[in-house]
Design a protein around this ligand. Structure first.
Ligand code: GLP
Length: 235
């Protein structure tokens, strides 16, 4: 698995330092289009960027996904998350997030995919779900998928509902970049912290690509870095 490089960190804060330095190098190297993720994993990363001198004013960003029906003023939307943790602190040239409130969700997905194709992401950040999902590509999603409307699994609804004040208010559908959309970025960094993510990383380590575990799609990408605090996960 020469395409996948593992970086072992001591914890989330250590990871934030490592990723900040990598981000600095990427910006110096001419990065212009950045793929961003949400989830608790990304919070210390964005906090470190927000406090840093990194300059994103020439950078266009694309987020991976958004819940259907949640607008940017809803604290559970990923648009709100991004504004709160990053965009309100650091100006970007342009930022894109799929619009889960669009009247025509299929058209929204097609438009988003077209924007992605035009822009060409230089570096995509990813978290991973406990069931191995990336963005909101749940088990069974074809590796050829582009941006699409998806139904969330019980596993994902169970894990993510903890962030909703009323747990039953979590939407069971979302718009997400597809697996092919993600794989078209030039470089990928996936972050996974804590024992709950061990199962997902173990599927990647097995070295066999299967739609049962969307994370294994990364095996066919030429440039993947996994940043993790898990002991015993190495190449
Ligand atoms: C959600 C997001 C994923 C993210 C995952 C992990 O399902 N759609 O992109 O990777 O959560 O979240 P956390 O970082 O909170 O573990």
């Amino acid at each position: 698995m020469q395409n996948v490089r593992y970086v072992k960190v001591g914890g989330k804060e250590d990871a934030a330092t490592v990723v900040l330095e990598r981000m600095r190098q990427e910006l110096e190297g001419g990065l212009r289009v950045l793929g961003l993720a949400t989830g608790s994993t990304m919070i210390p990363i964005y906090e470190a960027w927000a406090k840093s001198d990194l300059d994103f004013t020439d950078v266009t960003s694309f987020n991976l996904d958004e819940y259907v029906g949640l607008s940017a003023d809803n604290p559970n939307s990923y648009a709100w998350f991004m504004n709160h943790h990053l965009f309100s602190h650091k100006p970007f040239k342009e930022t894109y997030i799929p619009d889960g409130t669009a009247d025509d969700l299929t058209a929204e997905c097609d438009e988003y995919e077209a924007l992605l194709r035009d822009a060409e992401i230089d570096l995509q950040f990813l978290g991973v779900g406990e069931n191995g999902h990336i963005a909101f590509n749940e088990p069974g999603t074809p590796f050829s998928s582009t941006t699409h409307l998806t139904e969330l699994t019980d596993s994902t609804l169970g894990v993510n509902s903890q962030y909703f004040e009323d747990e039953s208010a979590i939407p069971n559908t979302a718009l997400t970049m597809g697996i092919a959309s993600i794989l078209s970025s030039k470089k990928i960094i996936l972050l996974a912290f804590g024992e709950k993510k061990r199962f997902a990383l173990e599927q990647l380590l097995k070295g066999e690509a299967t739609t049962d575990y969307p994370i294994t799609a990364l095996l066919s990408h030429p440039d993947v870095t996994i940043v993790t605090d898990l002991e015993g996960i190495t190449d």
